[in-house]
Design a protein around this ligand. Structure first.
Ligand SMILES: [Zn+2]
Length: 82
């Protein structure tokens, strides 16, 4: 079981090709997701929706307007929000 968990984790790391300073990504349509819940990076879906790492500079502005940026699927918040 430990070996399977290790291979799963290494597969998940392989999926996160583009690092994000906040651990989150957003799309041109305003969707927000963590690295696990974005479309597969480099896929048509990823490219069409223009997914990009969520810049850390966005966080103070989001906090100012009372918006919490978090993954819409699992609720993970930005790394520097804590
Ligand atoms: Zn998520």
């Amino acid at each position: 079981m430990l070996a399977q968990t290790g291979s799963l984790m290494s597969a998940m790391k392989t999926m996160a090709k583009i690092p994000s300073p906040t651990g989150l990504f957003w799309s041109e349509r305003g969707a927000i997701a963590c690295a696990r819940h974005t479309p597969y990076q480099g896929s048509d879906h990823w490219i069409w929706e223009r997914w990009e790492p969520l810049p850390i500079e966005v966080l103070p502005e989001a906090a100012r307007i009372g918006s919490t940026l978090r993954c819409e699927t699992c609720g993970r918040v930005a790394d520097s929000a804590t």
